[in-house]
Ligand binder design. Structure first.
Ligand SMILES: [Zn+2]
Ligand SMILES: [Zn+2]
Length: 334
């Protein structure tokens, strides 16, 4: 099969992914093999490629927002059939036995493995996934529209719950990329007002089109205090302005898997009055199923920019340089 393979950590602008012919993957016990239809790109792929995350597997085929058709079943598979469409997300495996796994917090399992990081992902014509971690995809979504839900959507959904946004409340979003453009649709569906702080003019335009009540570059200009805020931009310097827009008792959730250093903070000014600063770490399968069900009910309509598999370097360069509105999706040749 053809795949975009990373052999060495490098800046995305050096074009580190190479199109290669590699051996077709073989599904192990309990695993499905998929013919990949498309795979969305994610900022986490950049963190894997550029070494912001500790190196796990080399060479690696990145990609963890995959839509594919089951074309082979490993021993013991019972849940899915050949020909069925399924989705693959970032969370690939947990131990199932630790105190976190047993208490509905498998996102905190110390033995967890991730797609496109510990195991090869979806920048390829085929991939394998443990069937217990594959998702059924609601029919409402065509293949390309479903891909952003599998990470941008799931992480956004968990970030939203970590931000404790009350129904009908006010939410501030910092950074308006792939995840944020899904979250705004969920928040509005829940009757909330959304305020967006983002640098890119294209991102501000999209946020306005999607119904943000206020959009700006500078959080100091925000006209009201909010109940909840989510920081999507991987920029620690934004933590203070994001805390500053919270009302008393408000909550800030930091959604990214990687964040630059947070500056020293003045307790009285930024945290006192029971404002909370919370992180978001991966997701549980329950988050995934919850997001897919709510996304189908709304229904979420992602903005998509498509690229060929061989253009993965360019797609990720566009993501890094803020040239993508919504989500970039690699589409396999048919
Ligand atoms: Zn565990
Ligand atoms: Zn992701």
């Amino acid at each position: 099969m053809k795949a975009m393979v990373l052999t060495q950590t490098a800046d995305i602008h050096t074009g580190p992914l190479n199109l290669q012919e590699v051996t077709d993957p073989v599904p192990g016990p309990g695993e499905l093999r998929l013919r990949v239809r498309c795979c969305a790109i994610c900022r986490t792929d950049l963190h894997v490629i550029e070494g912001d995350l500790p190196e796990a597997k080399r060479p690696i085929i990145p990609g963890h927002q995959i839509i594919g058709i089951v074309d082979a079943l490993g021993e013991g598979c019972r849940q899915f059939q050949i020909g069925q469409r399924v989705g693959v997300a970032w969370l690939r495996q947990t131990c199932g036995q630790c105190r976190f796994c047993l208490s509905g917090r498998e996102n905190l399992c110390a033995a967890q493995q991730f797609t496109g990081y510990h195991a090869d992902g979806g920048y390829a014509e085929q991939t394998v996934v443990p069937e217990a971690f594959a998702y059924e995809i609601p029919e409402t979504f065509d293949d390309q529209s479903a891909t952003p839900l599998l990470c941008a959507g799931i992480i956004g959904y968990r970030a939203l719950s970590r931000s404790r946004l009350p129904t009908g409340g006010r939410l501030a979003i910092f950074g308006f990329g792939s995840s944020a453009h899904v979250v705004i649709q969920i928040a509005r569906h829940r009757g909330c007002e959304v305020y967006v702080v983002t640098r890119g003019a294209g991102h501000r335009r999209l946020a306005r089109e999607m119904g943000a009540v206020w959009v700006g570059e500078d959080a100091n200009a925000m006209p009201v205090k909010v109940d909840s805020a989510i920081l999507f931009a991987p920029v620690g310097d934004l933590v203070l302005p994001a805390l500053a827009v919270l009302d008393r008792g408000g909550t800030l959730a930091v959604a990214g898997i990687h964040l630059s250093d947070i500056p020293a903070l003045d307790y009285e000014r930024f945290l006192f009055y029971e404002r909370d600063l919370r992180s978001v770490t991966a997701n549980t399968r329950e988050d995934g199923r919850g997001l897919l069900a709510e996304a189908a009910e709304i229904p979420i309509r992602p903005h998509i920019t498509t690229y060929a598999l061989a253009e993965a370097n360019r797609a990720l360069q566009d993501l890094k340089d803020d040239r993508i509105n919504g989500t970039g999706v690699l589409v396999m040749p048919t």
